[in-house]
Design a binder for this molecule. Structure first.
Ligand SMILES: *[C@@H]1O[C@H](CO)[C@@H](O)[C@H](O)[C@H]1NC(C)=O
Ligand SMILES: *[C@@H]1O[C@H](CO)[C@@H](O)[C@H](O)[C@H]1NC(C)=O
Ligand SMILES: *[C@@H]1O[C@H](CO)[C@@H](O)[C@H](O)[C@H]1NC(C)=O
Ligand SMILES: *[C@@H]1O[C@H](CO)[C@@H](O)[C@H](O)[C@H]1NC(C)=O
Ligand SMILES: *[C@@H]1O[C@H](CO)[C@@H](O)[C@H](O)[C@H]1NC(C)=O
Length: 949
C-alpha cells in the first residue's frame, strides 16, 4: 500500500515534470571514511574500520586514500576503477592475498603504494599495470615467494622497493627489482631467506644496477659479496643485525660507499676490520650495539678512516668506550647516546677540534663533561636525560660557537648569571623538565642571540619582574608550569622581539605585557582553585599593548565557583589582527555579543567547556571572516541561533559533546561555505523531526558530516543506540507526500476535467448557464404575473433584417395585425441585453425564430432560442415558432443540440419550401400564432415538410 502510494507519487511528480532528482551521483557523506580536503586535494582516512571490501563511495578525485588496518582480503578490478588522481594509496595491514590483474590500471598518478603487512605470495606480471608514475612500493611483511620477471615493466620510475620480511628464497628473485632503471633503494631485510648468498656473480653478467641504498639488515645468508660492476652507484649499505660472511672480491668494490650501518651485526671482527680498511670514501659509520668488537679495539680501525665524519655509537654499554675515541680527532658528529656513561674521562674527546654535533643523551652524567670546554667548534650539544644537577660557569666557557643546547630532563636546580655568559651565538636553549625553582639573574644580560627558550615544567614559583631582560632577540618562550604562584607585573619587560609566549598564571592575574608589542601567539594557562576571586578590575590593561597578536589561547583548569574569568571586549580591543581565539573553561556563560567587536579578522574561534546554552548570535556579527568554529562541550541544545546570522566564510563547524537533539537543516543555509560538520556525541532524536536533517546529511554534496554514519540516537527509547542515518525517513515523507498526492490529484483532475469540458461540452455548459438564468427570471416573472405585451417576439439575425422588415412585418403586423417585438425597435436601451431578451420572450405569447445559417452562428440568437425553449419546457407552453429562411441539413444543426431536438419534435415553417406560395406560408404562421398555449404534437400535419434529412 505504502509502496503503491510512493510510486503513484513519483509517477505523478514526473508526469507534472516536477521530479526533483534526489539520488545525487556524488554525496560528500562517506560511509566508512573521513574526508579531508586540503590544498593538495582530497585525503581520505578509512583506516581501522574493519572493512572487508574497499568502500564504493570513495570520490574519484581523491588524492590520497588510507585503508590501513582493515580486513580487506583482496583487491578487485573495480575497487579503484576511476581514481586517476590518486597519488598515495595505503593498504598496509590488511589480509590481502590477491590482487586482480589490472586493479591499478587507472591510477596513472599514483606515486606511493603501501601494501605492507598483507598476505601476498606472488607478484604477478600485471600487478602494477598502469602505475607508470610509481616511485615507492612498500611490500614489507607479506609472504612473497615469487616476483614475475615482468612485474616492474610498467613502473619504470620506481625508486624505492621495500621487500623486507617476505619469503624470497634466492637473490635471483629480486633481479627484476634490481634492474629498475631508477632504483634508489631496496630493502630485503629479515626473514627473506636467500638461504645461500647475495653475490654479484648470481646476477646477469651485464647487470648494472642503479641502486644507491641496499638495506640487507637482519638478513641471514652465507655469503655477501658485491662488485662495483654490478652496483656502480651503491653508496649506502645497511647490514645491521645481519648474519653473513662478507667477501670482498677486489680492492675497489667498496670505493663508493659513503654510509655503512653495521649495528648489531654478526660479522666477525676480522671481516669488519677488512671492510673498514677497504673503504676509502666512508663518511658515515653506524656501529650501534657493537660492544664486543669495540672492546677488541674496533675504534682504532674506524678512527683511521680519513674520510669519516659521522660516527654513531649509541647502545654501546661497555665501560671504556670514550677512552677509545682518542684518534677520532677528525669527526664532525659523534653520537654517544645511551651508552651508560657516568663520567666522561678527561681527554676522551678533547682532541676533536672539528666536532660540531655531540649527542650524549640518556646517560648518567652528573655534570657537563670537562672535555667540552675545549671543543671550540661545537655547534649543537645534546645532554638531555642525564643527571646533571648543576651548571658551572666554566662548563660552556669555550664553546662560543654553540647555537643549540639541549639540557632537558635533568636535575638542574638553579642557574648562575655566568652559566651561559659566553654563549653569544646561542639560539636554542632547552631547560624544560628540570628542577629550577627560580631564574635569578641568569637572563639579565644574555644570551643575547637566544631565540627559543624552553623553561616549561620546572617548579618555578615566581616570575620576577624583568626576568628575561637580556633576551633581546627571544622569539619563543615557554614557561608553562603547574607550580606558579606569582607572575610579577612587568615580568616580561625587555622581550621586545617575542613572537610566541606560553605561560601559566596562578588564579589571579596582575601581569602586564606592555613590551610584547610584536607578540603573535599568546597561550595563557590559569589554574582556578578555591581561592579564586574575580580578577582585579584593571587586569584587562595587561592586553592593551598586544597590537600584533594573532592567536590568543586562554585555558582555565579547576572550578570557577560561579566567578567568570573571561576576557571582555575591552581587553581584546587592541588586537586588531587577531585571527585565532580559544577559550576553554574560561567563561561561565555565553560571552557578551560585543566581545569581538574590535577583532574583525578573526578566522578561528573555539569555546570549550563553556555553557553556551544562551549564546547570542550577535556575537558573530562583527566577525564575518570566521572560517573555523568549535563549540564543543558547551551545553548547546539547538542550532537555531545560526539562522539569525550569516557566516559566509565558515568551512569547519564542530559541535561535539553538546545536547543537540533535533536539527533543522535550514540553518545551514546561513553557512554557504560549510565543508566539515562534526556532531559526535549529541543525543539525537530519531523521529520525523530530524527527517529533513537526515536527508540533508545524506544528499547534500558540499558539507561532510564527519563520521555521519556513526551518529547515534538517544531518543526515543525504542531507537536508543541505533544509528541516526538508519532511521527510516520514508515513513515521514509518506504522510506528507500522500497529502500532496491527494491535493495534486485533485488539482490535476480538475484541470483535465475543465479542459475536457471546455473542449467538448462548451455549449452544453453555456446552455445550462442560461437555463439557470432563465429559471431565475422565470420564477421572478411568475411571481409578478405580468401580462403579455406582445403577441410574438421575433428573434433574428441582423443579416436577415431586410427580410424581417420587408417580407414579414408588412404581412404579420400590417395584414394580420399581430403586435410584434423586434429588438431593434422595442428593446429598452441601457439594460443588459440578457434581461431585454428574457423580458421580451416572457413578455410575448410566442417567440418567432427566423433561422438562417448566420442566425445559428450568432451567439445572441442561439441564446434567444435557448431561453425560449426553456420557457417551452418550463411552462409546458408551445411558445416557439420556427421560420427557416434556408434549407439547413440536420447534420449542420447538430452543434445546436437543442435546436435539432426541437426541429425533430416541433412544428416549423420553411420559406424556401413554400416557394411562390407565400400566402400559404403566412397563413400557416398566422395559425401558429393563433394557437393556444397547450403543448401539442398534433400539428405535424401543418408542416410543409421536414427540414433536411
Ligand atoms: C560501512 O558503512 C556502512 C553504512 O553505514 C555500514 O553499514 C557498514 O557496517 C560499514 N562497514 C564497516 C566495516 O564499518
Ligand atoms: C594468509 O594466508 C595464509 C595462507 O597462505 C593463511 O593461513 C592465513 O590465515 C592468511 N592470513 C590472513 C591474515 O589472512
Ligand atoms: C606463485 O608462483 C609460483 C611460481 O610460479 C607458483 O608455483 C605458485 O602456484 C604461485 N602461487 C600462487 C598463489 O599463485
Ligand atoms: C679555551 O680555549 C683556549 C684556546 O683554545 C684554551 O687556551 C683554554 O685553555 C680553553 N679553556 C678551557 C677551560 O679549556
Ligand atoms: C603561532 O601558532 C601557530 C599555530 O600553532 C603557528 O603556526 C605559528 O607559527 C606561531 N607563530 C609564532 C610566531 O610562533
Amino acid at each position: 500500500m505504502a509502496a503503491d502510494r510512493g510510486s503513484a507519487w513519483h509517477l505523478l511528480l514526473s508526469s507534472l515534470g516536477l521530479l526533483v532528482h534526489l539520488d545525487a551521483t556524488f554525496s560528500y557523506l562517506l560511509k566508512n571514511c573521513t574526508s579531508d580536503r586540503s590544498l593538495a586535494g582530497e585525503v581520505l582516512d578509512c583506516s581501522g574500520r574493519g572493512l572487508v571490501t574497499v568502500p564504493d563511495d570513495i570520490p574519484a578525485d581523491a588524492c590520497s586514500v588510507n585503508l590501513m588496518c582493515n580486513l580487506l582480503g583482496q583487491i578487485n578490478k573495480k575497487d579503484f576503477g576511476k581514481m586517476s588522481q590518486l597519488k598515495i594509496l595505503c593498504l598496509t595491514d590488511n589480509h590481502i592475498a590477491h590482487v586482480d590483474d589490472g586493479s591499478f590500471v587507472h591510477m596513472v598518478s599514483l606515486t606511493n603504494l603501501y601494501m605492507g603487512q598483507n598476505n601476498l605470495t606472488n607478484l604477478t606480471a600485471n600487478l602494477l599495470q598502469g602505475l607508470s608514475n610509481l616511485r615507492l612500493l612498500d611490500l614489507r611483511k607479506n609472504k612473497i615467494q615469487f616476483i614475475h620477471g615482468s612485474t616492474f615493466k610498467f613502473s619504470s620510475v620506481l625508486q624505492t622497493v621495500l621487500l623486507d620480511d617476505n619469503h624470497l628464497r634466492q637473490v635471483a628473485d629480486i633481479i627484476p627489482v634490481l634492474q629498475l632503471p631508477l632504483l634508489h633503494r631496496i630493502s630485503v631485510v629479515c626473514e627473506n631467506w636467500f638461504s645461500s648468498s647475495f653475490q654479484s656473480e648470481d646476477f646477469p653478467a651485464n647487470m648494472s644496477s642503479s641502486l644507491k641504498v641496499l638495506d640487507m639488515s637482519s638478513s641471514n645468508i652465507d655469503k655477501f659479496s658485491i662488485t662495483r660492476r654490478a652496483f656502480p652507484h651503491l653508496q649506502t649499505i645497511d647490514l645491521s643485525l645481519a648474519t653473513l660472511k662478507w667477501d670482498i672480491p677486489d680492492e675497489t668494490s667498496l670505493r663508493n660507499i659513503i654510509r655503512l650501518h653495521l649495528s648489531h651485526t654478526k660479522l666477525s671482527f676480522k671481516e669488519i676490520q677488512k671492510v673498514l680498511q677497504s673503504t676509502d670514501s666512508l663518511v658515515h659509520l653506524r656501529l650501534n650495539s657493537m660492544d664486543r668488537w669495540i672492546k677488541r679495539g674496533l675504534m682504532v680501525t674506524a678512527c683511521r678512516i680519513p674520510t669519516l665524519q659521522v660516527l654513531e655509537l649509541y647502545y654501546n654499554h661497555g665501560p671504556n668506550l670514550s677512552a677509545q675515541l682518542a684518534n677520532c680527532s677528525h669527526l664532525r658528529e659523534l653520537d654517544l647516546s645511551d651508552t651508560h656513561m657516568m663520567l666522561m674521562p678527561k681527554g676522551s674527546i678533547q682532541s676533536m677540534k672539528l666536532l660540531q654535533n655531540l649527542k650524549l643523551k640518556a646517560n648518567f652524567l652528573k655534570k657537563v663533561p670537562d672535555d667540552i670546554r675545549s671543543l671550540s667548534s661545537l655547534e649543537i650539544l645534546s645532554v638531555d636525560s642525564n643527571s646533571i644537577s648543576e651548571l658551572g660557569c666554566e662548563d660552556f666557557r669555550n664553546t662560543t660557537r654553540l647555537t643549540e643546547l639541549y639540557l632537558s630532563s635533568n636535575h638542574i636546580t638553579n642557574l648562575n648569571w655566568c652559566t651561559f655568559e659566553s654563549l653569544t651565538g646561542l639560539k636554542i636553549l632547552d631547560l624544560s623538565l628540570n628542577q629550577l625553582w627560580e631564574l635569578g639573574d641568569v637572563f639579565q644580560t644574555g644570551p643575547q642571540k637566544l631565540e627559543f627558550l624552553y623553561l616549561n615544567d620546572n617548579p618555578l614559583a615566581i616570575l620576577e619582574k624583568r626576568s628575561f631582560k637580556g633576551l633581546k632577540c627571544l622569539k619563543y618562550l615557554d614557561v608553562v608550569t603547574k607550580t606558579i604562584s606569582r607572575v610579577t607585573q612587568r615580568a616580561f619587560d625587555g622581550l621586545n622581539n617575542l613572537r610566541a609566549l606560553r605561560v601559566s598564571f596562578p588564579c589571579y592575574f596582575d601581569s602586564d605585557f606592555r613590551h610584547l608589542q610584536r607578540l603573535e601567539n599568546l597561550t595563557l594557562y590559569f589554574s582556578v582553585d578555591g581561592s579564586f576571586q574575580s580578577p582585579p578590575t584593571n587586569h584587562h590593561r595587561a592586553f592593551f599593548h598586544l597590537n600584533s597578536l594573532k592567536m590568543f589561547t586562554f585555558i582555565c583548569s579547576g572550578f570557577h565557583h560561579g566567578m567568570p574569568f573571561d576576557v571582555p571586549m575591552e581587553q581584546l580591543q587592541a588586537m586588531r589582527h587577531l585571527e585565532d581565539f580559544t577559550a576553554e573553561n574560561a567563561y561561565i556563560s555565553a560571552p557578551d555579543p560585543s566581545t569581538f567587536q574590535a577583532n574583525p579578522r578573526l578566522k578561528r574561534l573555539t569555546f570549550g567547556k563553556t555553557d553556551l546554552s544562551d549564546l547570542d548570535p550577535e556575537l558573530f556579527r562583527p566577525i564575518p571572516d570566521l572560517q573555523v568554529l568549535d563549540l564543543s562541550n558547551s551545553q548547546i541544545k539547538s542550532l537555531d541561533f545560526l539562522k539569525l546570522v550569516e557566516l559566509p566564510a565558515l568551512t569547519h563547524l564542530t559541535l561535539s559533546n553538546n545536547e543537540i537533539t533535533v536539527i533543522n537543516e535550514t540553518v545551514f543555509q546561513s553557512l554557504p561555505a560549510l565543508v566539515y560538520l562534526k556532531l559526535d556525541n549529541n543525543p539525537f532524536t530519531c523521529d520525523c523531526s530530524n527527517a529533513g536533517f537526515i536527508q540533508w546529511v545524506k544528499n547534500n554534496n558540499q558539507t561532510q558530516v564527519v563520521n555521519g554514519y556513526q551518529l547515534t540516537c538517544s531518543f526515543p527509547v525504542a531507537e536508543q543506540g541505533n544509528r541516526l542515518l538508519n532511521f527510516d525517513i520514508q515513513s515521514c515523507w509518506m504522510d506528507l507526500s500522500f497529502l500532496c498526492f491527494l491535493c495534486s490529484t485533485g488539482l490535476v483532475t480538475l484541470t483535465l476535467l475543465t479542459s475536457f469540458i471546455f473542449h467538448f461540452l462548451r455549449w452544453q455548459l453555456v446552455y445550462t448557464f442560461y437555463l439557470l438564468l432563465a429559471f431565475l427570471y422565470d420564477s421572478r416573472k411568475k411571481k409578478k404575473g405580468t401580462a403579455h405585451l406582445y403577441d410574438a417576439f421575433v428573434s433574428y439575425n441582423v443579416h436577415d433584417e431586410a427580410w424581417v422588415y420587408h417580407e414579414m412585418l408588412p404581412v404579420l403586423e400590417g395584414e394580420q395585425g399581430w403586435r410584434l417585438c423586434l429588438h431593434h425597435r422595442d428593446f429598452q436601451p441601457g439594460r443588459p441585453i440578457m434581461e431585454n431578451i428574457t423580458d421580451a420572450i416572457y413578455g410575448s405569447r410566442k417567440t418567432i425564430c427566423v433561422i438562417s445559417r448566420r442566425y445559428l452562428q450568432s451567439e445572441w440568437c442561439s441564446r434567444e432560442i435557448q431561453v425560449a425553449s426553456f420557457r417551452l419546457f418550463d411552462e409546458q407552453k408551445d411558445v416557439l415558432v420556427l421560420l427557416f429562411l434556408e434549407d439547413i441539413p440536420a447534420r449542420q444543426l447538430s452543434p445546436f443540440h437543442r435546436m435539432r431536438k426541437l426541429v425533430k419534435r416541433r412544428t416549423y415553417l420553411s420559406w424556401p419550401q413554400a416557394g411562390r406560395h407565400h400566402g400559404v406560408f403566412w397563413q400557416n404562421v398566422r395559425r401558429a400564432l393563433e394557437t393556444g398555449d397547450a403543448a401539442a404534437d398534433d400539428r405535424a400535419e401543418l408542416l410543409t415538410g421536414p427540414a433536411g434529412r
